[in-house]
Ligand binder design. Structure first.
Ligand code: BES
Ligand code: MN
Ligand code: ZN
Length: 485
């Protein structure tokens, strides 16, 4: 299944074949007359007589080669509404054989000059499916020929949205891969191939990590026959040497829970426990593809949380890269151990403007927020507001949750500087965030996004057809575009 955009250089005034026309919210069609035959025009208007105007689009099948699609542009559409409209459009035409359509941009009447870019973006996002391991291939190609004199997406928009789509799809591909394929060795190898997009890639393997003292991260991966890695991706798109924006991702390729073993029902989904890292990777790819005029750095910790004779035990005490010691009371609270080292490393090495980390960190955030909002935890009001606003705009929403020193206290340990879980007090997502905050050593503005409920969608959402969502790529791109570029 694929959808292709074909921006026609020469305008076709009255295309035969399948056409997509836009009207106002009342399906008013007078201006569309010139694109239709007299018969078609009266036929459509006759059928529209009984509409309740609630629908967003109608498909009139006049013959196998002539479908007329009428999309109504309702009043006061937000950008995310336009994208959802495009997604709905795709859902409706994604049946039967391969088809070509002519989208007549002149029929668009909307105050948003980028209407068609967003509409097509929504259609594209919805079209993604992961069918790599289906041996029977379904082949349906949909080509959208965009024609007209007005409202055509600018070249800059074409480049930007394509970059966003490729970054999002790359993240979705990574998340969709099963644990036996995308283990840390394979993941690190794939990341090294991103050099071709202009990213500077640095891979720290186990030997290097040991030397650096990253024992919190290493402890999580020590039961796996695969390696553990920290991978950095640098994008230098600003002319000056301004301090970079930093994004850190949890890349637990599979989370069995370790000796604090997960029950089967909760374990089967844990191939997507690297979704935080995938969002960071997808974002970095998008930034490179659209040549964003900023400096950014992506850091991902890649491990596999397994059981074996060599795996970490509950009660083990490890020394983190920060120098702080951690009592690992529960080997299933592993994401924070990986992030702890990655966060301190990022702050120390890059002295970034801010650090945003993304992680499928706690089941508790799904209890709190379900699959509607990601949890946002931050030491900085300004950064929080900016992330919140970006989320509303692209419909990757976040909701701020509290941090407080009394929650922080719950993480103190008798035997080490801290422990990795708390047994009393509840607030599992907040205490996880408090744990992470201990690894920001120099007051760098920091935000943590717990995306456990957002990374994967069993039944599909407005802008995805089910499976990996790529949550975070468009959110963070919007944050950057709006505030830092
Ligand atoms: N990867 C899980 C969190 C998770 C759960 C993500 C469900 C997506 C869906 C994480 O490593 C984990 O196991 N967290 C524990 C923490 C607990 C042991 C303090 C949890 O949430 O149960
Ligand atoms: Mn876990
Ligand atoms: Zn996990």
């Amino acid at each position: 299944m694929s959808i292709k955009f074909n921006y026609l250089k020469k305008t076709i005034n009255k295309p035969t074949g399948n056409v997509v026309l836009f009207s106002n919210e009342k399906f008013k069609t007078n201006e569309l007359k010139k694109y239709l035959s007299n018969f078609e025009f009266s036929y459509i208007n006759d059928l529209l007589k009984n509409t309740d105007y609630k629908k967003n689009l109608y498909i009139f099948e006049l013959s196998s080669k002539r479908n007329i699609i009428l999309v109504s542009i309702k009043k006061d559409l937000k950008i995310s509404d336009i994208e959802k409209l495009g997604a709905e459009f795709f859902g409706r035409i994604n049946i039967g054989d391969s088809k070509d359509y002519f989208i007549i941009s002149d029929t668009i009447n909307n105050k948003n000059n980028n209407f068609l870019s967003h509409f097509l973006h929504g259609a594209k996002l919805k079209s993604y499916v992961f069918k790599k391991y289906k041996t029977k291939k379904e082949k349906r190609d949909i080509t959208l020929n965009i024609t007209g004199n007005k409202n055509k997406p600018s070249i800059q928009n074409q480049i930007k949205f394509k970059a966003l789509e490729e970054g999002t799809f790359y993240a979705r591909d990574l998340v969709s891969e099963p644990g036996n394929v995308l283990h840390p060795d394979e993941y690190a190898k794939r990341l090294s191939s991103l050099k071709k997009d202009g990213l500077k890639i640095n891979i720290y393997d186990e030997k290097k990590l040991k030397k650096m003292g990253m024992h919190a991260l290493l402890g999580v991966g020590q039961g796996s026959i695969r390696g553990s890695y920290l991978v950095t991706m640098e994008w230098n798109g600003a002319k000056n040497k301004s301090s970079p924006l930093a994004f850190v991702g949890k890349g637990v390729c599979f989370d069995t829970g370790g000796y604090s073993l997960k029950p089967a029902k909760f374990m089967e989904d844990m191939t997507y426990d690297m979704a935080g890292s995938a969002a960071v990777v997808g974002l970095m790819k998008s930034l490179a593809l659209r040549k964003a005029k900023i400096n950014a750095i992506g850091v991902v910790g890649l491990v596999e949380n397994m059981v074996s004779g060599n795996a970490q035990r509950p009660g083990d005490i490890v020394k983190s890269f920060s120098g702080k010691t951690i009592e690992v009371l529960n080997t299933d609270a592993e994401g924070r151990l990986v992030l702890a080292d990655a966060i301190t490393f990022t702050e120390k090495k890059y002295k970034p403007k801010f650090i945003i980390d993304l992680a499928t960190l706690t089941g508790a955030i799904i209890v709190s927020l379900g699959s509607e909002y990601a949890g946002l935890f931050s030491n900085n009001d300004d950064l929080s507001k900016k992330i919140f606003n970006a989320g509303e705009k692209v419909d990757e929403k976040v909701w701020r949750m509290p941090l407080h020193k009394n929650y922080d206290k719950l993480m103190n340990s008798k035997n080490a500087d801290m422990q990795n879980i708390n047994y009393v007090g509840g607030a599992g997502s907040t205490t996880a965030a408090q744990f992470l905050q201990r690894f920001i050593l120099n007051k760098t503005p920091w935000a943590h996004l717990d995306i456990a409920g957002m990374a994967f969608s069993k039944y599909g959402g407005a802008l995805n057809s089910g499976g990996a969502t790529g949550f975070g790529v468009r959110l963070l791109n919007e944050l950057i575009e709006e505030n830092y570029e």
